[in-house]
Design a protein around this ligand. Structure first.
Ligand code: NAD
Ligand code: DAU
Length: 334
């Protein structure tokens, strides 16, 4: 199978968890991480891995010469790199267009030139949102209806991947996953923001009425699904990844407060996100029936405890970014 893979965004949250997963489960695979090391990328996330098997190239996925040269020595590209945070995309959309759209285009052209297998990591947000009382869940047939600058650039990147398959026969697959949680997640995101606020003696922050629903999956389960799709998925196909983890934000927040020894009502209601999607929900039937994939981290309470413990014991990892992240939120009234 694949012996030399490029992982874009491998110093970010999900990318670095995937690199750990592959290094542990498939030690015969050489991984070249291509990462620009934006505010969201941290080389420490993969610094414990053997350098003869995991190589870091610091660079931009929009750099066509660099990407072409790396692709000429690879047999697969697993594309995680992105600007990933909705609130940032509302404040300043331009980097999202550059990285998510132009970057994906640049990688696809390199994959085309060298006949390299391409797996595109995308999001359930391309489908827009569902009402709280709607029994429906997203499937691979749900029409695209993105809401935010972030999700619209991810939708655009998905369309490029589909077009490069149909027009140029680049060997692609796409996965659209729900909300991930686990170690190495940037503290701008919902779960680590609340945990680290409490760890520094601050207060938890809930947007709007708190009834918005997200469909949580442990990032380790996302990694195993991406590997299955990369190695056994049908070319040109899209697979939704999810683990039946629908939960209202207010319930997740109260669970964090209680597990960290706080009153579950002791938090701040803050300004809602403009255009805030109400509910996401994934139907992963295609992935489970066709490839036999199953999530293994299905106990959300246990996963939350592990995640809280990870942030407790990795203060040096997140503390340097805390003040800047919270200043940004304060300016937005959040
Ligand atoms: P992240 O923001 O934690 O990490 C993004 C990584 O990409 C960082 O290491 C960053 O330095 C790198 N990067 C950004 N721009 C780059 C560029 N131009 N060139 C090279 N590297 C660049 O993101 P994440 O949450 O780990 O998400 C990874 C992927 O998974 C994204 O494509 C995202 O759309 C998708 N996704 C995320 C979730 C989630 O819950 N976080 C769910 C489904 C899908
Ligand atoms: O669904 C997959 C998507 O999940 C990914 O594509 C994105 O890259 C990832 O960032 C995530 O998007 P969300 O916008 O759902 O995640 P976020 O962590 O920003 O927020 C989760 C929910 O929590 C959302 O409804 C907004 C709310 N929220 C967020 C923050 C940061 C709060 O109530 N308070 C907060 O402080």
């Amino acid at each position: 199978m694949f012996k030399r893979i490029i992982v874009t965004g491998g110093c970010g949250f999900i990318g670095s968890n995937f690199v750990h997963h592959v290094a542990r489960e498939h030690p015969d695979v050489h991984i070249t991480v291509l990462d620009k090391l934006t505010y969201a990328g941290n080389p420490e996330n993969i610094s414990d891995l053997p350098t003869d098997r995991v190589e870091l190239v610091v660079g931009d996925i929009c750099d066509a010469a660099l990407v072409d040269s790396l692709a000429s020595h690879a047999d697969a590209i697993v594309h995680f790199a992105a600007e990933s945070h909705n609130d940032n995309s509302i404040a300043d959309p331009r980097p999202f267009l550059e990285t998510n759209v132009e970057g994906t285009y640049t990688l696809l052209e390199a994959a085309r030139a060298h006949g390299v297998r391409f797996h595109h990591v995308s999001t359930d947000e391309v489908y827009g949102d569902l009402a709280l009382d709607d029994p429906a869940r997203f499937t691979e047939e749900t029409p695209y209806h993105p809401s935010s600058p972030y999700s619209s650039t991810k939708a655009a990147s998905d369309m490029l991947v589909r077009a490069w398959y149909r027009t140029y026969h680049v060997p692609v697959t796409i996965s659209n996953c729900s909300n991930n949680y686990g170690p190495y997640q940037h503290i701008e995101k919902f779960i680590p923001r609340q945990i680290t606020n409490l760890l520094i003696g601050g207060r938890a922050k809930l947007y709007g009425d708190g009834k918005n629903v997200r469909d949580w999956i442990h990032t380790e389960d996302h990694s195993s699904a991406v590997w299955e799709i990369l190695t056994r998925g049908r070319l040109g196909e899209t697979y939704l990844i999810g683990a039946d983890g629908e939960r209202a934000n207010i319930d997740v927040l109260r669970a964090i407060l209680e597990r960290m020894g706080h009153d579950p009502n002791d938090f701040d209601w803050v300004r809602d996100r403009p255009g805030h999607d109400r509910r996401y929900a994934i139907d992963a039937t295609k992935l489970t029936t066709e490839l036999g994939w199953r999530p293994t981290h299905t106990d959300f309470s246990a996963g939350l405890d592990d995640t809280i413990a990870w942030y407790r014991s990795h203060k040096a990892w997140w503390l340097p970014a805390k003040e800047e992240t919270e200043t940004r939120y304060l300016q937005q009234g959040q």
